[in-house]
Design a protein around this ligand. Structure first.
Ligand code: BTN
Length: 330
């Protein structure tokens, strides 16, 4: 959204009434035709704006879109989301963010969308991404760490998602399933796909793409049975832009602390407190095999500690964990 469109939106929101095209044009120092064009671009973004001759323009309803303007109103993050690119529809916010990063987009740039036509989950799965309901958000990061250290970022993202969900919906009973799924009442509410472009010893960029089911309703959508949403868990619809703002604030704080301390040590207790699998017998599906053992938490570098039946502890760096014998695909 351009600077003029964003200012017009603010004027209409602040007034709550009809504001004449002449008044807007004088305040912004642009022509009435330019005002009209910007109002149309706001309408294309998804805002309902009424236009009545002799009265002017009025914002009809405050819709909840995860646009730069809406998120910016709520977020106090310093560097994360200083640039937010909002798309009404995109194949995948991660694909777009990886492309923008390759073209030089700055550290902290964020891509959001109202819907995705090819939303991607981990392991090549699809991420159900209908319009008007959920949050789809990808962050571009340029961490000054090695590729091995950057593999800790999924843990950071899940800690930030848990904090953001807890702040938006206090009392929400959710937990983490390694590596970075958030579950509520046995169903998945959020997942994150982290992608990286790196050389052997240098990270070029990382994209952290999080999907959170916000207002998805099983009665009105073909929502997967294994999924839940904030609407289903709390009984109320929730604001995507407020949630996005909280996620950016929490991610920024966790990321900055991680970089300052140089490991995940300071987050291990928080991770364990939220872990759904800690102490349980689990199956971990890696690229090549399935390992069964008791989950003993994670290490300072984010690897899963798995106690095998002979008592030894094996570290697993990548995979998917499920309770032993339950191979749910979510
Ligand atoms: C998973 O749990 O499998 C990860 C899901 C990640 C989905 C998000 S939605 C925003 C971003 N864009 C994508 O295409 N995927 C991630």
């Amino acid at each position: 959204m351009g600077e003029s469109a964003s200012r017009i939106l603010r004027i209409l929101r602040d007034s709550g009434r009809y504001v004449s095209g002449q008044d807007i044009s004088s305040e912004l120092g642009i022509s009435r035709t330019a005002v009209w064009k910007n109002v149309n671009s706001l309408r294309e973004t998804g805002y309902s704006i009424d236009a009545v001759s002799n009265r002017g323009y009025r914002l009809l309803e405050s819709i909840d879109l995860p646009t730069a303007d809406e998120i910016g109103r709520h977020s106090t993050a310093r560097w994360l989301g200083r640039d937010i690119i909002y798309m009404k529809s995109v194949d995948s916010t991660n694909i777009l963010a990886m492309m923008l990063a390759a073209q030089g987009a700055l550290h902290g740039t964020v891509v959001t969308a109202d819907s995705q036509t090819a939303g991607r989950g981990r392991k090549g799965r699809e991420w159900h991404s209908p319009p008007g309901t959920n949050l789809y958000l990808s962050m571009i990061l340029r961490p000054p760490v090695s590729p091995a250290e950057a593999s800790q970022i999924p843990v950071i993202s899940v800690i930030a998602s848990m904090r953001a969900l807890g702040r938006l919906c206090p009392g929400l009973d959710c937990g983490v399933k390694w590596p970075n799924d958030v579950f509520c009442g046995g169903r998945k509410i959020s997942g994150t796909l982290c992608e990286m472009k790196a050389e052997m010893d240098r990270v070029e960029h990382v994209v952290v793409g999080t999907g959170i089911n916000v207002n998805m309703d099983p009665l009105n959508s073909d929502m997967p049975e294994t999924a839940t949403s904030l609407l289903m868990e709390t009984g109320c619809s929730q604001s995507r832009s407020r949630l996005a703002a909280k996620l950016l604030e929490d991610f920024e704080a966790v990321y900055d602390q991680w970089l300052a301390e140089g490991s995940l040590k300071c987050f291990l207790k928080e991770w364990e407190a939220g872990s759904l699998l800690l102490g349980r017998r689990i199956d971990v599906r890696t690229a090549s095999r399935i390992i069964t053992g008791r989950s003993m938490g994670i290490t300072e570098s984010g690897a899963l500690r798995l106690q095998l039946s002979d008592g030894s502890v094996q570290l697993v760096y990548a995979g998917d964990a499920t309770l032993h014998g339950k191979f749910e695909i979510v």
